[in-house]
Design a protein around this ligand. Structure first.
Ligand code: COA
Length: 258
């Protein structure tokens, strides 16, 4: 399966998804949103994919926002649908049972910052810039930014970033908890691979359950109950037996994802 606006490359269980509209700074067109939905469906469905790196083509931008040239026709009804469709795809990324790391070079603005926030972990190049500049266009973040930004950085900082529309540096993004790591831009993919490979060495089902439980903290319902159920699920797995046996036998575990 190929996608009009994405490049996919599978190697060693890691699927690198590259948003491939470099001349438009990888702006998220409606086609890109559809393509991301299709690509993440593959991630859910295909057992040979163990984890994902999401990045943008070129050096200048991860994603410079939703494609502003498609905004002209928006009104209340289709604007609302526009936001709901994007939110659904970003939720699919956030709820993905396999780890997803954003590798960010250059601008991560508007929908780009929101896309990065939907990923489980973010690695940024030292020259990267983050922001939610939607107020400059007379709109607000619509792909989950008003919800995920306060989750990551707290209410006060989220208010300032969204209400002023100003960009922040990678260094400041690291300070406030918007990104996990800042590295020289040539090392962004290497660092993302390093983290992903560490995770892929663990028991895959435990990793999936942990993602679900951490996400449950931010949803309605009883996160402790979700955690208890997930803990029970892990106890049913072969990998759990293997992990405990390996510890007792003083050897490295060999997990099978079962
Ligand atoms: N939607 C559509 N096209 C975009 C875009 C977006 N969000 N961001 C950049 N582009 C396009 C530009 O229109 C330009 O296309 P062109 O060469 O056909 O004219 C191309 O990408 C390069 O961008 P340009 O503005 O020339 O680069 P720059 O280095 O001068 O500025 C930015 C970079 C990121 C500061 C600037 O492009 C920008 O402000 N983009 C919009 C950011 C934004 O508001 N995002 C939120 C949208 S809700």
């Amino acid at each position: 399966m190929s996608f009009e606006t994405l490049k996919l490359d599978l190697s060693g269980g890691i699927l690198t998804i590259t948003i491939n509209r470099e001349d438009k700074l990888n702006a998220l067109s409606q086609q890109t949103i559809k393509d991301l939905d299709g690509a993440f469906q593959k991630v859910y469905d295909e057992t040979e994919i163990k984890g994902v790196i999401l990045t943008g083509a070129g050096e200048k931008a991860f994603v410079a926002g939703a494609d502003i040239t498609e905004f002209k026709e928006l009104n209340y009804m289709n604007g609302r649908k526009f936001a709901e469709d994007g939110q659904e795809v970003f939720a699919k990324i956030e709820n993905c049972p396999k780890p997803v790391i954003a590798a960010i070079k250059g601008f991560a603005l508007g929908g780009g910052c929101e896309l990065a926030m939907a990923c489980h972990i973010r690695v940024a190049g030292s020259e990267a810039k983050f922001g939610q500049p939607e107020v400059n266009l007379g709109i607000i973040p619509g792909y989950g930014g008003t919800q995920r930004l306060p989750m990551l950085v707290g209410k006060a900082k989220a208010m300032e970033i969204i209400l002023t529309g100003e960009m922040i540096t990678a260094e400041n993004a690291l300070k406030i908890g918007l990104v996990n790591h800042v590295v020289p831009k040539e090392e962004v993919i290497i660092k993302a691979e390093e983290i992903l490979n560490k995770i892929l060495n663990k028991a895959g089902l435990a990793v999936s359950q942990a993602i679900e439980c951490i996400n449950a903290f931010y949803k309605d319902g009883d996160g402790y109950q979700t955690e208890a159920n997930a803990f029970g699920n892990c106890c049913k797995t072969e990998d759990f037996n293997e992990g405990v046996s390996a510890f007792i036998d003083k050897r490295k575990p060999s997990f099978k994802g079962k």
